[in-house]
Structure formats: structure tokens, C-alpha cells
Write a protein of this length. Structure first.
Ligand code: HDE
Length: 716
């Protein structure tokens, strides 16, 4: 029935979309069509949606009320306890919050669809991968880790990438990150890690940052952190948007076929938008200018009908071959280089619908690595094993009871039948009066499902434990090398990316105490003497003597972000600087905006005041808002060093161009504006026509960051 509704709506909107603009009663036909399409990916929530577009206000139990004045004893008298309307409204407000997530508190989510490319029953019995073209609704939540719910999106951090598949055989969650490794090898250390990176217990400083003693004290004492730390200090800690980052399941999982054959796998989500990062200075500006930068970017792209996409892929591992590798597959601080196990694509994720209510959907979604489906199984990775326990526990704390899976965003689309009963906020009315197994009173139902009956989980999951099964509290020797893979990562970056990574460590470690700085240098030196020397030079310290035990020159493919152009420039955003003081400038910016729109690149016309086709003012604009910047013909008047106006902060137009240049963005000068150019070189285009500019920007935006503008140590 619900499907019929959304199908009807989709048809109605599609026919609206086919009307010409003049006939259409709505202004933005494109967006309406996009919304209708999006609706299908969240149609399983439709039963729970509240539509207040008509009707009288009521109390929580349905009686019509007015709620703007309290009931008092006389106009100037005391408020009466009897005022149930007031008490209900205030009490509900007092209880509006649930505890924020202990980690990953800051995030944004969206709905969409996963489409399987094929029938993968040769590697898994999972039904959502069982047929080419099979569609499964999904919800993805992206996040930062350390900051509180109100912290800035662009804090340097590992980023969460949690995906729920509402499969026809139950919910399957891949609760992953945008970095393929993790800081620790065992779940028992997670509270230590988080206590170290969170703000200081006395002052609650700093927020959403790791440039403090406790974080680097822990990192330098716990060398398992080094690999993830290096990824976070590189561009992976500063994604341009959630859309421009990949996702990883991190742990080794298992896929199991119907006949019980089990294979080890790593999950990957490859961004179809490509990977792109900010630079640190830019990210810091954004934290103040637009703390919602990532959240808004995702929302706007989806609202405009530009659904972001990722390819789901797996590295399938041959266990016998893996036994010869020099790292352990159960160690979550290690990647499997793609040379050892190539990615096998499985299907496409497409996020095409924004939530209707942030709290109900994004805040209340409760992911768990323990949410798996038939055909997927765990490995013995000790970090994963601990997570299977922790997430259930944390959801009990956040929701306050065991019925959180009944919330609309958590409820599976597959039927739920079992003997779990009662508890706070029980939403269901169970009619079975024999809620136990085995029973005869309910004819034995609900029946037990197993591998061969009812498509259940495997009673015998075909997993073995090591033959030496004595109880121990120690880690295997195969987990002991914490330095070779960080070096592999570092070696695989371009020289500019290596420089930015070193600069990030310099920034962070400049904020910590000298004894901790010394400890950090010892660890960096085990990865690379060059890195240790370059960081030490900033700190005014001597690096330790080279410690070559783990030094090597190996590299692996696919880790550099800045070394590759973006596969698509669609939905990148360009600033078009114009002036009402210069004849034809706003008109030229408008022509550029239209030409960019034809390439699905959005653009904003900036001038001194709003009106006449201007989207933003210099008073409100900043280079951080744009992926590329164009100064229209005649703008040299505004860019001149003596140009002043009460309509914007001193030198703002010139500052936008200069910042954009220093942050590596493509810069265009039209006509005479080139007289005020900051510099020449790659990614700086001085042209006369709209066509020439747009043509140059195609390549400029795809390059994204012109890295030769960043200085390397040896050049200084
Ligand atoms: Fe989490 N993690 N984590 N984590 N994690 C949480 O669960 C935890 C780990 C990740 O958008 C919490 O619902 C432990 C690795 C994401 O809602 C909590 C350990 C990876 C999210 C928790 C880890 C992650 C969380 C906080 C070590 C990448 C946000 C609230 C054993 C593979 C999900 C919550 C969302 C959230 C515990 C390590 C990713 C406290 C104990 C490794 C993306 O349960």
C-alpha cells in the first residue's frame, strides 16, 4: 500500500516535471522530481511520518488545545499546578535529549539504495547480493570521532562511515571509517584511547582536537596508533566533503556461501565522486566560518538531485596464501595492499534522500557491528569481537531500554518474531500467550531457523579456533610490528602529501610538552628518520639517531589523494567575484554561472550588495566556500591594494583570491582583472571569454589542489 502511494506520487511529480516551466505550478520542478525519487529509498518510514499541514493542535493524548498562555489564578497570579497543558509541554521539552554518542557524536546521514551488480552466491549467501539489479534500502551516517554533537565538521579526525542495509533478511550494518586501519588492536584499550583524545577532564579543553598532551602521550606510548595516526595527519583527516571520501569496514570479516564455504574479506566503499581533501589552514577557517560545511554539502547535493554514489567492493582473501604475508589479517592496524588482493566490485550505493527529521533518523539510528545477515560472519579480530559487545551496550544506554530496534529508523523491513517481551517503550502488541521455546501452546512457533531450514544463521559456521586453546591475556607475536605499514603508507604518498603530513604533526606536536615531544620523535624515527628530523627541526630538538629496523622502500598503489584528478567535477562550487561598480561584471558572472551549470558545477555570484542576480555579498563570502574562484573582467578595481569599501571587511575581495590561491584552488582572471593577479602558473588562468574560462576550469577543478603552490622543506 505504501509503495503504491509513493509510486503514485512519483508518477504525479514525473508528469509535473514533464510540463514546461510556464505551465508548472511549482517553481523548482527538478527538485520535486528528485524528492519523489528519493522518497522510495525511505518509503519504509512512511507509516511513522507525521504531517501537520492541517488540523488543530492537540495534547499528547489527542485533545485539542491552545498552548501559548499558562493557566494562572487571576491575570497577575501564580501558575496553577493544574495546568496539564503547560506541564506536558515543559516536561517533554525537559526530556528532549538522549545521551550523545560517546564517540562519533557529530554526524549527518542520508537514505538511499544499494543495487547489486550481480549474483554473488559464489562468495556469500547474503540475499541482498544474490541477484543482479536487486535493490536494498540503505541509511548511511558520516561522522567525526572526537568532537561533541555541536563541534565543527572540519576538525582533523578519522571519519565514521556507517552503513545500514535494510535487507529482506534483516538489517546488516557495516560500521566503518574513512581510514582502513584503527589505532588499537584490542577492544579493551578503547576507553584509554578515547580518554586520551577527548578534552582534558579538568578544563574540558580542547574540543574536537588532538593537539594536546594526553593524545600524543598515548600515541607515543602505544605504537599501534602510529599507522592510523599517519592517515589522519594526511589528507584522510581533512576530507573536502563526506561525498569525497572512501569507506572501509576495517576489520577482516567473513563471507559464507550456502554450502558453508567461508572466505575472509575486507569491505571497501569507493567514492564515485573521487577522493579530495582540504588543507589544514582552510579547514581551520571553515571551522569558524561554516562549522556545518560537510553536513550542508551532503544535504545540498542530495536536495539538488545530485545523489552521491559509492561502489561497494571486497578484497577476498585466500587464507592459505595470507598465512605467508608478513602481517596478520586479524590485526586491525594493517591494510591488505591491493597488490595482494584486488578489489572485487559488488554493487552501487546511491544516497538520494535527506532525512525528514534529524533526531528521529540520524540521531536515533543505532548501528551495531553485531547486525549481520545470513552469509556474513565475523573473524576473530579482537577489536571486532569487543565491538560486537560494546555497541549493543551503548544503545541500551542511549535509548534507556531494550526496545530501540523498534524505532522507525532501526526497525528492519524483514518481519521480527521472537520471544523478547516488554521493556520501556514497548511499541508492539504481542498476541502469542506462549512466549517461550519450546512450546506446544503456540504449536512451537516462532520456529527455530537454521542453515538448512528457514534460511537461518548457520548453526555450524565453519570456523575453527587455534589448536592451542589455553586461556591467555596477551597478543600474538604476529601483531608486533607497528612501524612497517606506517612507513608503507608514508612512502606511497606524493612529496607534497608527505610535506602536508609532516606539517600536520608539526602543528599538533608544537602544542604538547617537551617530554612528550621527545617520545613522539622516538616513534616517528622508527618509521622514518627523515620525518623525525623534519619534525624535530620545528621543535628545536635533535632527532634520535636513525633506527633502521623497520625502514624499507616499498610502496603500494591507490593511497595518494592529491596524485589523481577527480573523476567528476559535478557539484563542485565556484565563486564568481563581480562588482556593481564595474559595467558588465555581474552580467559576465551570470553568463559564467550558466555555463558552469551546464556541467553540473554550481556557482555563486558575489558582489558588494545583493540584488540583480547576485547570490552573496563580500561581507558574507570567503574563499573556504569555493572550490575555485573567478574574478570577472574589471575586478582589478576591487582587488587593488588601496581599494576600500564600507560594504565589506578591508580587502575582502582580494583576500578571497589570495586565500584561494594559497589553498591550491584554481583561479580565473577574466580580461583586465588579470592586472591584479596574485601569481602565475599551473591552475591560474587569465582568459578573455566565458568559454575559455569554463574550458580551463574543467581541468582545474578536476585537479582540485594545485600542489606546486605548497612549499617543500628542501625548497625553504
Ligand atoms: Fe566505534 N563506537 N568503537 N569504531 N564507531 C561507537 O557506538 C567502539 C571502532 C564507529 O554513526 C559507539 O552507537 C569500541 C572501529 C562508527 O552512529 C560505541 C571500539 C571503527 C561509529 C563505539 C570501537 C568504529 C562508532 C558510540 C573498539 C571503524 C558511529 C555510539 C573495540 C571500523 C556510528 C555508538 C554512527 C560508534 C565503540 C572502534 C566506527 C561507544 C568499543 C575500529 C562509524 O559503542
Amino acid at each position: 500500500m505504501l509503495h503504491v502511494h509513493s509510486a503514485l506520487l512519483a508518477t504525479a511529480l514525473a508528469s509535473l516535471a514533464s510540463l514546461s516551466h510556464a505551465q508548472c505550478p511549482f517553481a523548482d520542478v527538478g527538485n520535486l522530481a528528485a524528492r519523489a525519487e528519493g522518497l522510495s529509498s525511505r518509503s519504509h518510514l512512511a507509516d511513522f511520518e507525521v504531517d501537520d499541514s492541517e488540523g488543530y493542535m492537540t495534547s499528547d493524548v489527542g485533545g485539542p488545545i491552545e498552548d501559548q498562555e499558562v493557566l494562572t489564578a487571576g491575570e497577575r497570579g501564580p501558575t496553577l499546578l493544574e495546568d496539564f497543558i503547560f506541564r506536558q509541554k515543559i516536561t517533554h521539552f525537559d526530556h528532549e535529549r538522549v545521551p550523545e554518542r560517546a564517540v562519533h557524536a557529530r554526524g549527518a546521514g542520508a537514505h538511499g539504495t544499494f543495487t547489486s551488480y550481480g549474483d554473488y552466491s559464489n562468495i556469500t549467501a547474503a540475499s541482498f547480493l544474490g541477484e543482479a539489479g536487486k535493490e536494498t534500502p540503505i541509511f548511511v551516517r558520516f561522522s567525526t570521532v572526537a568532537g561533541s554533537r555541536g563541534s565543527a565538521d572540519t576538525a582533523r579526525d578519522v571519519h565514521g562511515f556507517a552503513t545500514r542495509f535494510y535487507t529482506d533478511e534483516g538489517n546488516f550494518d557495516i560500521v566503518g571509517n574513512n581510514i582502513p586501519v584503527f589505532f588499537i588492536q584490542s577492544a579493551i584499550q578503547f576507553p584509554d584511547l578515547i580518554h586520551a583524545v577527548k578534552p582534558s577532564p579538568d578544563s574540558e579543553v580542547p574540543q574536537a582536537a588532538t593537539a594536546h598532551d594526553s593524545a600524543w602521550d598515548f600515541f607515543s606510548q602505544q605504537s599501534t596508533t602510529l599507522h592510523t595516526l599517519l592517515w589522519a595527519m594526511a589528507g584522510y583527516g581533512l576530507p573536502r566533503s563526506y561525498r569525497h571520501m572512501d569507506g572501509f569496514g576495517v576489520h577482516t570479516y567473513r563471507l559464507v556461501t550456502d554450502d558453508g564455504t567461508s572466505r575472509l574479506v575486507k569491505w571497501h566503499f569507493k567514492s564515485k565522486q573521487g577522493r579530495a581533501s582540504l588543507v589544514w589552514d582552510e579547514a581551520q577557517h571553515l571551522a569558524g566560518k561554516n562549522p556545518d560545511f560537510h553536513r550542508r554539502d551532503l544535504w545540498d547535493a542530495i536536495a539538488a538531485g545530485h545523489a552521491p554514489e559509492w561502489e561497494l567492493a571486497v578484497q577476498v582473501v585466500d587464507e592459505e596464501a595470507a598465512a605467508a604475508w608478513d602481517f596478520d589479517l586479524l590485526d586491525p592496524t594493517k591494510i591488505i595492499p591491493e597488490e595482494l588482493a584486488p578489489l572485487q566490485p559488488l554493487g552501487l550505493l546511491r544516497l538520494d534522500a535527506n532525512p525528514a527529521n534529524y533526531f528521529a533518523e540520524t540521531e536515533q539510528v543505532m548501528f551495531q557491528p553485531g547486525h549481520i545477515v545470513r552469509g556474513v560472519d565475523f573473524s576473530d579480530d579482537p577489536l571486532l569481537q569487543g565491538r560486537i559487545f560494546s555497541y549493543l551496550d551503548t544503545q541500551l544506554n542511549r535509548h534507556g531500554g531494550p526496545n530501540f530496534e523498534q524505532l522507525p529508523i532501526n526497525r528492519p523491513v524483514a518481519p521480527v518474531r521472537n520471544n523478547n517481551r516488554d521493556g520501556a517503550a514497548q511499541n508492539l502488541i504481542h498476541k502469542n500467550t506462549a512466549p517461550y521455546s519450546p512450546n506446544t501452546r503456540n504449536k512451537g512457533y516462532p520456529r527455530q531457523a537454521g542453515r538448512d531450514e528457514g534460511r537461518g544463521f548457520f548453526t555450524d559456521p565453519n570456523r575453527k579456533i587455534a589448536s592451542d586453546s589455553s586461556l591467555v591475556r596477551r597478543r600474538p607475536q604476529s601483531f608486533a610490528d607497528h612501524w612497517s605499514q606506517p612507513r608503507l603508507f608514508y612512502n606511497s604518498l606524493t612529496p607534497v602529501e608527505q610535506q602536508l603530513l609532516i606539517d600536520a604533526i608539526r602543528f599538533e606536536v608544537s602544542h604538547v610538552s617537551p617530554d612528550i615531544q621527545e617520545n613522539v620523535l622516538v616513534q616517528l624515527n622508527r618509521i622514518s628518520h627523515d620525518v623525525a628530523v623534519r619534525v624535530a627541526s620545528t621543535l628545536g630538538l635533535d632527532a634520535p639517531a636513525a633506527d633502521p629496523t623497520y625502514y624499507h622502500d616499498n610502496t603500494t598503489a591507490g593511497l595518494s589523494i592529491m596524485g589523481e584528478p577527480l573523476p567528476s567535477i559535478a557539484t563542485l562550487h565556484v565563486g564568481l567575484l563581480a562588482s556593481h561598480r564595474v559595467n558588465g561584471s555581474v552580467a559576465q558572472a551570470t553568463a559564467l554561472k550558466e555555463a558552469f551549470a551546464a556541467m553540473d558545477v554550481t556557482a555563486a555570484v558575489v558582489a558588494e550588495t545583493m540584488g540583480h542576480g547576485v547570490d552573496s555579498t563580500y561581507a558574507a563570502s570567503d574563499a573556504v566556500a569555493f572550490d575555485g574562484i573567478v574574478a570577472t573582467n574589471g575586478l582589478d578595481v576591487l582587488l587593488a591594494s588601496k581599494a576600500k569599501s564600507p560594504l565589506y571587511p578591508t580587502r575582502r575581495p582580494a583576500q578571497i583570491v589570495e586565500d584561494g590561491y594559497h589553498w591550491g584552488k584554481p583561479i580565473g582572471y577574466m580580461g583586465s582583472s588579470a592586472a591584479a593577479r596574485v601569481a602565475e602558473g599551473d591552475g591560474v588562468y587569465a582568459v578573455d571569454s566565458v568559454d575559455a574560462l569554463v574550458d580551463a576550469f574543467k581541468q582545474g577543478l578536476a585537479t582540485f589542489k594545485f600542489t606546486n603552490r605548497f612549499a617543500l622543506d628542501e625548497e625553504s
